[in-house]
Design a protein around this ligand. Structure first.
Ligand code: PFF
Length: 455
């Protein structure tokens, strides 16, 4: 199924664009927040297992669909299985992208507030600031967080409409390694703080009594969220891959980079959390109340803090662009409008939802759905249900609808590269991934226990 679709320029370009889409707030903000609310090291272990045994096979499968069909999320399913309902996997993905963007933009907005506060000298103005209270004051304000959310959506909108993403891609070639470097500096500072061992123990010494069904589901959701899986984002990206791209190798590389960034984020956060007496289960604000404490311990704290939050905002931007693009491309093609109009529809819709997510940290804190705030409910619905479900159905789709010969041909670039683990990959994609994800779902719903009772 070849045509003359444009492709990414170079091998490095492919890797960087895909890493840019995957690495973002998911590893640096969401991973520590999830680990902290799910009891620590046991979560980490399950998360890593899911990344390797489910993440990589699902990613290879999405790459296959994208490059083989050379079209977008919905289009690819329509092309590979015309006239069937399989394209609903694509719709699920588009909706997930839209919903994720709405709350992701809120957190991205927080990074801008911290850039601003560092610049204006407010953040480190006095030595005895309680950064928890400081954050609370900001988040419970009605307008400030909403302003930054709007600002971030505006930034994303601008890039999506004007197509300067190539420039951003180029810039991220410098910024990603820089972010890496700062993470390492922060890790060193964090592990040399007093009482930091407690944090490392919390991060690396599993307590299996903490391993509940909800922890396992959270780890699954985190693996999918941080690898941008289950929503067709990588299908769209891989539709631009060249004929010679080694897709299984790219999947390994992206997963390894992503996991290393998450681990660094963990090593940066948890020793500091224990050293400063912050509750690991503080929730979504964990990173924002922990890091200023560490920056304060560094010489030139303002400078480190400024560079870090700018880089974090950039890492978030490369992800919001991909999320926005998924929805915009859909509106554009489905409703036959201009790119500009489609982007406006998405931006306004996302902003309206974003307002509610933002308010759920302050004014609407008490408004809950099944015990979850609006923000938490959206995060639960997308990361823990829609993405794994999308990934599971994608695997079932390829496992049942695609001839294995075609699959092998595509994944070995017509036999020009080796894929030694091909049979193992097929086994994982066809059986292990769908069954494991299914079991995690049933387990969380308590249905597994009921089923066991029957036997
Ligand atoms: N993987 C991104 C992150 O970890 O920040 C978030 C994300 C981006 C999820 C794009 C899904 C997506 F399609």
């Amino acid at each position: 199924m070849a045509d003359n679709r444009v492709t990414f320029g170079s091998k490095l370009g492919i890797l960087l664009a895909t890493v840019g889409c995957a690495v973002g707030l998911g590893s640096i903000w969401r991973f520590p927040y999830m680990l902290g609310t799910n009891g620590g090291a046991a979560f980490l272990l399950v998360y890593i297992l899911f990344m390797i045994f489910l993440g990589i096979p699902v990613m290879v499968t999405e790459f296959f669909i994208g490059r083989y069909s050379r079209s977008n999320t919905v289009g690819s399913f329509k092309k590979l299985a015309p006239g069937t309902k399989w394209c609903w996997i694509g719709y699920n993905g588009i909706l997930a992208a839209f919903l994720i963007l709405s709350y992701y933009a809120v957190i991205s907005g927080w990074t801008l507030e911290y850039v601003w506060q560092t610049l204006s000298g407010n953040l480190y103005a006095s030595p005895d600031v309680d950064y928890g209270i400081h954050f609370e004051a900001f988040a419970s304000d009605v307008f400030r967080p909403i302003f930054w959310t709007a600002f971030f959506i505006g930034l994303t909108h601008f890039v999506v409409v004007s197509g300067v993403d190539k420039g951003i891609e180029r810039a991220s070639k410098i910024m990603m390694p820089l972010l890496f470097l700062i993470l390492i500096v922060m890790c060193v500072r964090s592990v040399t703080l007093p009482n930091s061992e407690a944090g490392l123990t919390y991060l690396f010494k599993p307590d299996f009594s903490k391993l509940t069904s909800s922890v396992v589901l959270s780890a699954l959701g985190q693996a999918f969220f941080s690898l941008s899986l289950g929503m067709g984002c990588l299908i769209t990206y891989s539709s631009y891959f060249g004929k010679e791209t080694n897709m299984h190798k790219t999947a390994w590389e992206v997963t390894i980079i992503n996991t290393v960034v998450a681990l660094l984020a963990g090593i940066m956060i948890f020793p500091a959390v224990f050293s400063f007496g912050i509750a690991p289960s503080a929730g979504a604000e964990l990173v924002f109340i922990t890091l200023p404490n560490v920056f304060e311990q560094l010489p030139f704290s303002n400078l480190w803090s400024l560079v870090f939050y700018i880089l974090l905002a950039m890492a978030a931007l490369t992800s919001t662009i991909s999320l926005h693009e998924v929805s915009t491309a859909y509106v554009l093609e489905e409703f036959h409008t201009t790119r500009k109009k489609a982007a406006w529809i998405v931006s306004i819709g996302v902003f309206i939802l974003g307002v509610f997510s933002s308010l759920s940290f302050g004014l609407m804190k008490e408004v809950t759905i099944n015990g979850l705030t609006f923000f938490e409910a959206l995060d639960y619905l997308t990361a823990k249900i829609m993405l794994p479900l999308g990934g599971m159905l994608t695997c079932i789709f390829v496992g049942t609808r695609i001839d294995k010969k075609i699959l092998k041909q595509e994944l070995t670039n017509n036999g020009t590269i080796r894929f030694r683990l091909f049979s193992i990959y097929v086994f994982f994609m066809k059986f292990v991934a769908p069954i494991a994800i299914g079991i995690v779902f049933l387990n969380e719903l308590g249905l597994l226990r009921e089923l066991m009772k029957l036997f």
